[in-house]
Ligand binder design. Structure first.
Ligand code: ATP
Ligand code: MG
Length: 427
């Protein structure tokens, strides 16, 4: 009896409070005095024992149910916690200061000093890497993997360019300069050693658009049997923070793997303009890329098999740090072609065209003052299109004439539009 009592008392409150489990057994006192007999007593005990068995079974079932509900509760709590976790911020490691401290920059370009002591230990190669940071205190929680294929996205890699100096019209003096300062140090480094002079690490080509700067760089790579690795300055700065500098590093690392390499940086002005005190994020990002570039060039001085050629249309805005000795200290102007060169360029681009013998390049060269190599190339293409429309099998002088007329009208129009836009701006 007493055992039963203690067992029912130990039941958790909720269980006993829930729905009545079995029909209640009347207590001994409730049985009228006259009816109390030993048979009644045995029946009473039997009933109680029966009731106890049923209750024990029910308790087991409920315990099992409670376990299931506990598991469900745990699952829901975890899910809720997952929803409560705020998104992490992505930044880039700028510098590692030791003692678990690092400078990171968020995507707005703002720099923070964080203590990452208890989180991931950072090492020097992590500089420039992307990291995930807590929004609350910017603690670095994870170093993120590199963005895949950054090299392929921002670089042009040609193992052996097909362009050669035969394909360049005019620019004789410029080619001569490049032969001395880029080609000779690569093909005959001993000549420089013998004289005890250092060859320039880099050459800067500047001039109007379409004058053949890229063409020259590719022709040099061809002549020196070098891999051409092309980079565009503006592409570098559109990338994610820290990525521009990393790309520069990648490009130079790639060049080191090659026997000979020409690193060509087009639109140098977009990363190499004067460094200002402006500390807005975008500008500092550009500066970071530039600083990385300067460091790479400086580390390259003794490598005779790798040369850096850069190109720009805006020599006037180039940071003087880039023009210091040992960097781009050979500056070669690539001018617009003169009449004689224009004739040569027309000849080069019309070489594979079926021309009528009346085509007069001398006359065309006279009338194309101010045209760049690229303009002359498009004149040839346009003349071809005119011939195609008149359904003839040879391209005649008239086709060149009508093509020229069309281009001149277009030039006139765009010049006029420019004047109008300027007037509007200043009015
Ligand atoms: N001197 C030249 N001789 C022959 N072709 C030329 C010459 N200059 C330019 N071209 C032609 O014009 C096209 C454009 O030239 P290129 O890309 O080298 O110009 P760029 O100076 O690099 O121009 P940008 O400053 O716009 O980058 C080339 O396809 C090339 O064939
Ligand atoms: Mg170019």
């Amino acid at each position: 009896m007493s055992e039963t009592d203690s067992e029912t008392q130990n039941q958790p409150k909720e269980e006993t409070a829930s729905t009545p489990i079995v029909s209640p057994v009347p207590s001994m006192e409730a049985i009228p005095a006259g009816k109390k007999s030993s048979t009644n007593f045995y029946d009473y005990v039997f009933n109680l024992e029966e009731q106890l068995r049923v209750m024990q079974n029910q308790r087991l079932a409920m315990e099992e149910k409670a376990q299931q509900m506990d598991a469900e509760l745990k699952r829901l709590r975890e899910e809720l916690n997952r929803f409560k976790v705020p998104p992490l911020m992505v930044g880039a490691v700028q510098d590692i200061l030791g003692n678990g401290r690092a400078i990171v920059r968020n995507s707005n370009g703002v720099e923070f000093l964080v203590t990452n002591e208890t989180m991931v230990p950072l090492e020097t190669p992590d500089v420039g890497k992307r990291v995930a940071m807590s929004q609350k205190n910017l603690a670095i929680l994870e170093v993120l993997p590199d963005i895949k294929d950054t090299r392929a996205r921002a670089m042009e890699l040609v193992e052996k360019p097909t362009e050669s100096f035969d394909m360049v019209g005019g620019l004789g003096n410029e080619i001569q300069l490049l032969r001395e300062s880029v080609i000779l140090p690569m093909t005959h480094p001993q000549k420089f050693e013998k004289l005890g002079i250092q060859s320039p690490s880099g050459v800067l080509l500047h001039g109007a658009p379409g004058t053949g700067k890229t063409l020259l760089a590719k022709a040099i790579a061809n002549e020196t049997d070098a891999t051409f690795i092309g980079l565009v300055g503006s592409e570098l700065i559109h990338k994610y923070i820290g990525e521009g500098a990393r790309l520069v590093r990648d490009v130079f690392a790639l060049a080191r793997e090659k026997k000979n390499a020409i690193i060509f940086i087009d639109e140098l002005d977009s990363i190499g303009t004067f460094r200002t005190d402006d500390t807005s994020g975008g500008d500092r990002e550009v500066q970071r890329t530039l600083i990385q570039l300067l460091a790479e060039i400086d580390g390259f001085k003794d490598r005779k098999n790798i040369k850096i050629i850069a190109a720009t249309n805006r020599i006037d805005v180039i940071d003087p740090a880039l023009l210091r000795p040992g960097r781009f200290d050979r500056i070669v102007e690539v001018p617009l072609p003169d009449e004689k060169s224009r004739k040569m360029i027309l000849g080069i681009h019309a070489k594979k065209m079926h021309l009528h013998k009346d085509v007069d390049f001398t006359a065309l060269a006279k009338r194309t003052e101010g045209f760049s190599g690229a303009d002359l190339k498009s004149l040839c293409t346009e003349a071809g299109m005119h011939a195609l429309r008149s359904d003839v099998d040879k391209i005649g002088h008239t086709h060149f004439e009508s093509a020229l007329q069309k281009i001149l009208v277009k030039r006139e129009q765009s010049a006029q539009e420019e004047v109008n836009a300027k007037d509007k701006m200043y009015s």
